[in-house]
Design a protein around this ligand. Structure first.
Ligand code: IVH
Length: 670
């Protein structure tokens, strides 16, 4: 039980800290979604452990941002908050509660609006004249920001039209357009003013500025989302009608409002704006669903914090601020060093994230990362975690800059930068344990030699316990060696050994791919296999040979040459073939291919074709056994040319190489 109390205490402290930064300093350190997530967690814990609820718990009060800068105003009606949910289940619970309240299955109409991410204010109009404005404050008392609110252009100082009541309270959201926010931050950085982390903070700072002139400069906006009458000049039956009336009095009302009859319509509205939110020029953090009938609203009433007739159906925030704990430098299979940011875990779209790749040295420099920095994380394309930026304002004076290492973090070899590929590499190859583990895993993986049972964990153990150093060692493993590992039973050990034995019969392209040469993936391996046909031709190829292979450019050719010019690699490949007996049928292609016109022919393509795309033509010819080359040489068998052919056509003519046009090609393929 004490551990639950502890959990509750820790959560409360955390939430109170976040509230302090949000309300008192106008500088949130976590996103709304994360704050709501924690509050929800606390709420649920308290719900099941009511004995631990205290009156000062964040679940029991409405957040307050009262300062001494402004005079206080007591609201005529308390300004409550909204209950909220992040998922359909929470929304359906809300509908169920309403239906239960009326003890009948009332077919209800709900009014859906956008939840503008700004600052709530109340404005009092008397005889249509703007009298005063206040912030929400603690919900009962707010700050008198009349002079500031009067500078907001979209708020009318005088209402127009008919049926204007003697006294009217308008409630709505003050916010800043995203475009104005970006402009403000740009000029702020130039003038070395305060940097704002999002449009809502910028709007809050402007609205609560001591000097209304500054408020005016910052171009704030306003949307009205509700009104309270003191005496009605007209009877309204729905919330929607009230909003339409506000609009005709000249108040700005956001036009994206929809009356929905059932949860499916509500969900459609939610989904539509979840997708569209980034296209709007103002931030929204969800939708607000309100019972439309005023009579039902009055019957439902409110609890201490929020009305029972409305709910905020919130979107997951797509960006989060969190603390960078460290940057680790991972060594990849081909020795490429990749920096990875490790940070305090955050939830984005419901997924816990604690790491994000920083890709390369440039990215660290772009971000100018320091340890303990507060960083903004997003899921790019809504999937891959990415570090967007650093909240520079919050960097401590003594923060340590992240420096890209000079030596390999695993084997201590001097790292070398390859400017062309824009990567930094450890060139120790299989001497580096990190590369060894990954290369060995790759060598036996599904697309390579396809040995079953050799996952990364087992390979790691085999390397650590020095059972294996290179691919050759695997072929000498016995089941008795493997049984020594905790995770391998007798049956599995037999399976692994037999699978290793079987993998000796493979294909040339798989074998090339298994070597794990940089940038030599499946497609390139196939092209190389088709071109060279035998391993000794490949091992002794020069740049011109390699460049002749379609799809192989300068970088890949260099990587292949580099690979075979390293003695240990050359000998290993030789041993794998000669001693271990890895083999493939000399002609991997099927008999069908051998009898085609194109089998084994070196072909160059030029121009565009009516019946094929270039890729389609290439794959068709390869499937028929052809070897596609980039450049014309004496060795070329045919040039296949289409319309708009290039210089290859003339070169082929000069060298008297057989030329095939599209018509001939089609009949030959048939
Ligand atoms: S109705 C009882 N409608 O969201 C409160 N609120 O998290 C009734 N908000 O304090 C509020 N857009 O500042 C309502 N269309 C909208 C809204 C909206 C933004 C804000 C408002 C409120 C907060 C609750």
């Amino acid at each position: 039980m004490t551990s639950i109390k502890n959990k509750i205490d820790i959560l409360r402290k955390q939430i109170l800290k976040y509230e302090y930064f949000y309300h008192k300093l106008d500088q949130p350190i976590v996103s709304d979604a994360e704050y709501d997530y924690l509050l929800h967690k606390l709420y649920n814990l308290e719900l099941n452990n009511k004995e631990f609820i205290t009156s000062d718990s964040p679940t029991q009060k409405i957040g307050s941002n009262l300062s001494n800068k402004f005079k206080k105003i007591t609201h005529f009606y308390p300004m409550l908050s909204l209950d909220n949910t992040f998922d359909l289940k929470g929304y359906l619970d809300f509908e169920r509660r309403i239906k239960k309240f009326f003890h009948v299955n009332v077919e209800n109409s709900f009014c859906c609006e956008l939840k503008i991410d700004g600052i709530a204010i109340s404005i009092i109009y008397e005889d249509g004249k703007f009298i005063r404005a206040a912030t929400r404050g603690d919900g009962f008392q707010g700050e008198n920001i009349t002079l500031n609110a009067k500078t907001i252009k979209s708020i009318p100082l005088k209402l127009t039209g008919l049926n204007i009541p003697k006294r009217l309270e308008i409630r709505g959201e003050v916010f800043m357009l995203k475009s104005d926010f970006l402009e403000l931050n740009q000029t702020s950085t130039i003038k070395k003013n305060k940097y704002f982390s999002n449009p809502r903070n910028a709007a809050a700072g402007a609205l609560r500025h001591i000097d209304p002139k500054i408020t005016a400069e910052r171009k704030l906006m306003f949307f009205c989302y509700s009104c309270c009458f003191f005496s009605e000049t007209k009877k309204f039956t729905t919330h929607y009608e009230q909003l339409m009336q506000c609009a005709t009095w000249g108040l700005p009302v956001n036009q994206e409002i929809k009356n929905c009859l059932n949860y499916k319509e509500v969900l459609d509205f939610y989904k539509k704006f979840e997708q569209k939110r980034h296209l709007l020029n103002f931030d929204i953090d969800g939708i607000v669903v309100k019972v439309n009938s005023i009579e039902l609203q009055n019957k439902l009433g409110c609890n201490t914090k929020s009305p029972r007739w409305a709910i905020a159906f919130k979107f997951f925030s797509l960006e989060r601020v969190t603390r960078l704990n460290n940057v680790i430098f991972q060594v990849g299979r081909t020795g490429v060093i990749t920096p990875v940011a490790c940070f305090e875990p955050v939830y984005i779209s419901g997924v816990k994230i604690k790491k994000a790749s920083l890709h390369n040295k440039n990215e660290i420099e772009r971000l100018n990362l320091h340890i303990d920095d507060f960083i903004v994380i997003c899921r790019s394309g809504d999937v891959i975690p990415k570090v967007l930026s650093v909240v520079k304002m919050r960097r401590s004076e003594h923060a340590k800059k992240i420096i890209f290492p000079v030596f390999c973090p695993v084997c201590n070899t001097n790292l070398l930068e390859n400017k062309e590929e824009r990567v930094i590499r450890c060139h120790a190859g299989l001497i580096c344990d990190a590369q060894k583990k990954k290369s060995l895993y790759h060598f036996f993986s599904k697309k390579s030699l396809n040995v079953k049972g050799l996952g990364p964990k087992i390979i790691n153990e085999l390397v650590i316990k020095k059972f294996v150093n290179n691919p050759i060692d695997f072929f000498y493993l016995k089941s008795i060696d493997l049984i020594k590992f905790k995770t391998i039973g007798y049956k599995k050990s037999i399976e692994i050994v037999s699978s290793i034995k079987k993998c000796k019969k493979t294909t040339f392209k798989r074998f090339i791919y298994a070597l794990g040469i940089s940038n030599v993936g499946e497609v390139v391996s196939e092209k190389i296999a088709n071109y060279f046909m035998t391993i000794d031709k490949l091992m002794n190829a020069d740049v011109t040979d390699l460049n002749n292979v379609d799809g192989i450019g300068k970088i890949i050719a260099h990587n292949i040459l580099n690979y075979f010019s390293t003695n240990s690699n050359y000998n290993m490949v030789l041993n794998l073939v000669e001693k271990i007996g890895i083999s493939w049928s000399t002609q991997e292609m099927s008999i069908d291919k051998k009898i085609t016109y194109f089998y084994g022919k070196k072909i160059v393509l030029t121009g565009t074709f009516e019946s094929f795309s270039r890729t389609k033509l290439r794959t068709t010819l390869i499937s028929l056994g052809a070897i596609i080359l980039n450049n014309i040489s004496q060795k070329t068998d045919f040039l296949i040319f289409g319309k708009k052919f290039g210089s290859k056509f003339f070169k082929a003519k000069l060298l008297k190489i057989k030329m095939i046009n599209e018509e001939e090609l089609k009949s030959l393929i048939k």
